[in-house]
Every structure is written in C-alpha cells, then in structure tokens.
Design a protein around this ligand. Structure first.
Ligand SMILES: [Zn+2]
Length: 163
C-alpha cells in the first residue's frame, strides 16, 4: 500500500487528515486530457461524520491544469479550486439509499473501500471540473474595449476595403 491509499471508513472514523502536492504529470487520465502535463495540484482530505451520521471525507483540491482555448486555440492555465463532501456508502445499493436520504445534490456519495487511493478521487474530481469547451475569459488578441459580438466580421471589413 502506498502513502495515499487508505481505508476510507477508518479514515473517517478516526478523523484523519492527509494532504499533499502532486504533479499533474503523475495523473495518467488527467495528463491525457490536459494540453500539457505541467503544473501541480494541492489536495487535502479530512475524515469525519456528516450531521446525519454517515461517514464522510472532505476533499479540497486546488491548482492549475493546462488547456487549449477553443476560441483562439492558444494554451492557458485553467484554475482548479474545489471543495467536495464525499459521503461513504457500503455498496452500490447502499449508495442509492444514502443519496435519497441526503437529498443533497452538492454531496457526492461514493462506495467506501478498505484500499482507496486518495489520488484517484482527486483525479476524478479534477476531470469533472474541466470545462467541456475551455476558453479564456478574454482572449489575448481581443481588443479590450470591444465586446466580441460588436466586432465586425472579417468579411464585412474586406467588403469595405474592396468598395
Ligand atoms: Zn482564448
């Protein structure tokens, strides 16, 4: 067992804490999705109990992932900053039941495990946080004062030049 593999129920029961910094390059699925494998993710877990009595882990992840802007096709750093409550269930059937009892969309119910790699949970979370169509808030080539929909299309500009 490596240092990031834990028994989730014990971790929660004992109120354990674990944190670390992991390069994006160590996450196989994530580096395949990202534009480059640069950057790193800071993560932490703390075990405890949900107010309804369920075992839970609070997971925090922050850092940056390199993506390609779908508008200007240049790379940019997409910030990740998330805090997730993971409630533990015994198995899939229990997970459905717990989800109904919680009735809270903001909480993720996962099946607990005696050998859960915490980094896998971190990777799952970051993959979920990645935008389907990544883009800059404002692309570097944009004129700062002009809203994108007010700009003349290149064809309109050409027409003027030719007339
Ligand atoms: Zn852009």
């Amino acid at each position: 067992m490596n240092a990031t593999t834990v028994d989730t129920f014990e971790f929660s029961r004992l109120g354990e804490q674990r944190s670390g910094v992991t390069p994006v390059a160590s996450f196989g699925r994530l580096s395949a999705e990202a534009a480059d494998a640069g950057g790193e993710l800071r993560w932490s877990f703390s075990g405890g109990k949900h107010r309804m009595g369920f075992s839970q882990l609070i997971m925090k992840v922050d850092g940056e992932v390199g993506l390609i802007c779908q508008r200007c096709l240049s790379p940019f750093r997409h910030p990740i900053d998330s805090e997730t409550v993971l409630v533990l269930a015994r198995d899939d059937a229990d997970a459905d039941e717990v989800e109904q009892k919680l009735d809270d969309e903001s909480i993720d119910v996962i099946v607990g495990s005696a050998a859960q790699d915490l980094l896998q949970l971190v990777e799952d979370e970051v993959l979920l946080e990645m935008p389907l169509s990544p883009r800059h808030t404002s692309c570097p080539g944009d004129a700062p004062q002009v809203a994108p929909d007010k700009r003349e299309s290149p064809f309109a500009v050409l027409k003027k030049l030719n007339s």
